[in-house]
Write a new protein. Structure first.
Lengths: 167, 102
């Protein structure tokens, strides 16, 4: 058992436990904290895969900005225990179908030649070069990159218009 | 030193996505449903990074970057809608939002 395996198993365990706690928790703030746990363990997995920049962005933007926004709204609305109601029996069918599809995908990945993943495992080659990533981002992907700035501007305006108090 | 196979990351990603779907279907609160969408986006990001590593290409990481940006924009607008819902109705339970139900 080498070090990458140990790191992978610990982080995978943390991520799955966090996701299960998100489902089982009755208070939204507990779900939010469980989701932060999932995001932080995924950041460590990104480091294991050599994607340093993505790991940093994951911690700063996801665990930092987005989840702070969630926690802020939960506090603002003073949410308490989620009330239980009966839900559609169709939900069970949907969940079973979703997991069957996932298992089929995993099976396909493991057995089909088209799904066979080539290349090396995590932690083998060096890290991804962040300089190369920025070159990708600012040359072939320049137009989508600029489009995201427009998207964020529209999102800011939309959020302000939505949450504004009307006179 | 042996390395962790990429397939394991993909399986972890599939498990997290499945748990996100379960949370999306079974949670009752608007804001926790929103959080389960974020969980699914995270699972997809893990698959993107794993494939980028498997093929040693950076395009997967660029896509993860865009997914994170879109998730941030979505969170801003979505939480604005949640605040509006909380102001206009007393409950945030999705079962009670049946105004458009036929």
């Amino acid at each position: 058992m080498s070090l990458p395996f140990i790191v992978f198993f610990i982080c995978a365990l943390f991520a799955v436990v966090g996701a299960v706690v998100l489902i089982l928790a009755r208070e939204p703030i507990h779900s939010a904290l469980a989701l932060i746990q999932v995001m932080l363990s995924l950041a460590v997995l990104y480091l294991l895969l050599g994607a340093e920049f993505i790991a940093a962005v994951q911690v700063i933007v996801y665990a930092g900005a987005i989840m702070v926004l969630f926690v802020f709204v939960i506090m603002l609305l003073n949410m308490r225990v989620e009330e239980r109601t009966n839900f559609s029996k169709l939900a069970y069918v949907g969940v079973v179908a979703a997991f069957a599809l996932l298992l089929w995908t995993a099976h396909w990945l493991a057995h089909s030649p088209a799904g066979r993943v080539v290349g090396t495992g995590a932690g083998s080659a060096g890290a991804f070069d962040t300089v190369e990533l920025s070159k990708q981002l600012f040359r072939p992907y320049l137009f989508p990159f600029e489009a995201t700035s427009i998207l964020i501007l529209i999102a800011i305006l939309g959020a302000m218009v939505l949450a504004r108090k009307e006179e | 030193m042996r390395t962790v196979p990429i397939e394991w990351f993909l399986i972890l990603s599939a498990i997290l996505f499945g748990l996100g779907v379960v949370a999306f279907v079974f949670k009752r609160n608007v804001i926790t449903i929103f959080m389960s969408i974020e969980l699914m986006l995270n699972a997809v990001n893990l698959a993107f990074v794993a494939f980028a590593r498997a093929h040693n290409q950076l395009d997967g990481l660029v896509f993860v970057f865009f997914v994170i940006v879109v998730a941030a924009a979505e969170a801003a607008v979505g939480l604005g809608i949640v605040i509006l819902l909380a102001r206009n109705r007393e409950s945030l339970n999705v079962e009670r939002m049946n105004l458009l139900k036929f």
